[in-house]
Design a protein around this ligand. Structure first.
Ligand SMILES: [Mg+2]
Length: 189
């Protein structure tokens, strides 16, 4: 069976948290170091780190400027290089009016994905799941839903998910990915 690979954007490729920190003027050093271990951002965290309500947070980021300006996660270049031969599709969930900005970001930074139209925007990633479909994502919930829908989920260890304690995130992702590739190629999956 031909495997199909899907990769998440925010928190895997793009540094959404760092971008939000710059946007809201967080000046207490690197926000990644201060973020609570294993906790996904909720209203409580948004208030604490950015001083706004959850609604205010998403409203402020509305529009394409913020989304187009996001920087890469420190290990994203190497991750993208590793995953490139597998022709992955970017599978990203558009927050309030972020779709244009995300598409422009891809056009600016990953032109081959743009050219091949290897991009899917949906707030329900699990609708794309199925047998032989691998999703690499940093959100525990997305992975759970993907696996429940019959796909293979690989959680990218980050400070804000349950694998926060893993230091060599990229190596762990690579190894897990290769495991599935080998398994499928042997035909015993
Ligand atoms: Mg993400």
């Amino acid at each position: 069976m031909q495997l199909k690979i899907f990769i998440d954007m925010d928190g895997v490729i793009t540094d959404f948290l760092g971008g939000a920190a710059s946007f809201f003027g967080y000046d207490n050093g690197n926000i990644h170091d201060h973020w609570p271990n294993g906790e996904w951002g909720t209203a409580k965290h948004i208030k604490k780190f950015f001083g706004v309500s959850e609604r205010g947070f998403w409203e402020a980021l509305r529009g394409k400027g913020f989304w187009r300006s996001l920087l890469l996660m420190p290990d994203a270049k190497e991750f993208l290089k590793f995953i490139k031969p597998y022709k992955p599709v970017i599978l990203t969930s558009p927050a309030l009016e972020s779709a244009d900005g995300k598409m422009l970001w891809i056009k600016d930074n990953l032109p081959s994905y743009w050219k091949d139209r290897r991009v899917i925007l949906t707030t329900k990633k699990e609708l794309v799941a199925g047998e032989g479909r691998i999703l690499i994502d940093d959100h525990d919930e997305n992975i759970k839903k993907w696996e429940n829908a019959g796909g293979i989920g690989i959680l990218y260890p980050r400070k804000w998910n349950k694998n926060w304690f893993i230091d060599n995130s990229l190596e762990v992702v690579k190894n897990e990915f290769i495991f599935y590739i080998n398994k499928y190629h042997k035909g015993d999956a």
